[in-house]
Design a protein around this ligand. Structure first.
Ligand code: SF4
Length: 283
């Protein structure tokens, strides 16, 4: 079903057949990684720095194992065979270092894709980061591979400079399928990733597209929050809740998927962190 060709999932459309995200991860890895001279090379389209996280050098990688309807990243997500060029872990690190020095920032990350695709590439890249002058690498992930490969999380836990950001997309299996294109059975995988990260004591926090009532009902949000609390209620203290940003690619994907959202966004939910950490009122 997932051979690269007409069956390879690109973007969600009405009537889209849900895919297995683990199988899609493996199929996408065949496109975006390759072995050269014993090293796992991965495709990237650019290296630069942005203002997020107070300034961070960013490698814009290619390929993901979900197809979120609100995804902002470029079309390299949907057509990974057409865009980007291969870099070894050392070359990717040198390009990140170059961007960091040019823009005078000291944090690093991979964006534009799912960074955990290409396990050997990422682990080798992190070896360079660990030995470098840079204090922090932010690893943004959808949690699919960390949920099914506990050994991957164990190996990530060896790196002291890595902070993981796990991004949840939905609060119920049905909503997960509708918003990511993946089979509803895979809804639990990112929560398993969170459990694995806790088990290995990795520095991490959870983000969720849960502040935007246009894409998440109050019931779905409550379900997501409850599921996180079942794992560890402390996760809610650092929950980073997001709203959809109207990037050109986001608007195009929402339209292709048949979602009709009103802009601008008029109301957002109160972030859980603000509710949980509200100071006690004077009696
Ligand atoms: S939002 Fe993230 S996880 Fe979802 S498709 Fe885009 S890159 Fe992949």
């Amino acid at each position: 079903m997932l051979e690269t060709g007409s069956e390879y999932p690109r973007y969600v459309t009405p009537g889209f057949k849900p895919f297995d995200p683990v199988k899609l991860a493996r199929e996408t890895e065949k496109i975006v990684t390759r072995i050269r001279n014993g090293r796992c090379e991965r495709k990237y389209t650019a290296f630069y720095a942005t203002g997020v996280y107070g300034g961070i050098a960013t490698g814009y990688a290619v390929g993901c194992c979900l197809r979120c309807v609100f995804c902002w990243v470029g079309w390299s997500r949907d057509f990974p065979e057409k865009l980007g060029r291969f870099y070894s872990p050392e070359q990717a690190f040198e390009k990140l270092r170059e961007a960091a020095h040019k823009y005078r920032v000291n944090k690093l990350r991979i964006s534009g894709a799912e960074p955990t695709l290409g396990k050997d590439h990422l682990l080798s890249l992190l070896e360079y980061v660990e030995d470098s002058e840079f204090p922090l690498f932010i690893l943004e992930t959808n949690g699919i591979l960390f949920g099914v490969d506990k050994d991957y999380v164990r190996r990530i836990s060896r790196f002291e400079k890595v902070h993981v950001r796990v991004s949840l997309k939905a609060g119920t299996p049905e909503a997960f399928a509708k918003k990511t294109g993946a089979i509803p059975e895979s809804f639990e995988i990112p929560f398993k990733a969170i459990e694995n990260l806790l088990d290995y004591g990795v520095s991490f926090h959870v983000a969720a597209m849960s502040l935007d009532p246009r894409i998440m009902t109050p019931e779905e949000r409550a379900s997501l929050i409850k599921r996180l609390a079942e794992i560890d209620v402390n996760l809610l203290l650092n929950l980073e809740e997001e709203i959809i940003d109207p990037y050109e690619t986001t608007l195009a994907r929402l339209k292709l998927a048949g979602f009709k959202l009103k802009w601008p966004l008029r109301e957002v939910y109160t972030p859980i962190r603000d509710i949980v950490m509200e100071p006690e009122k004077e009696k």
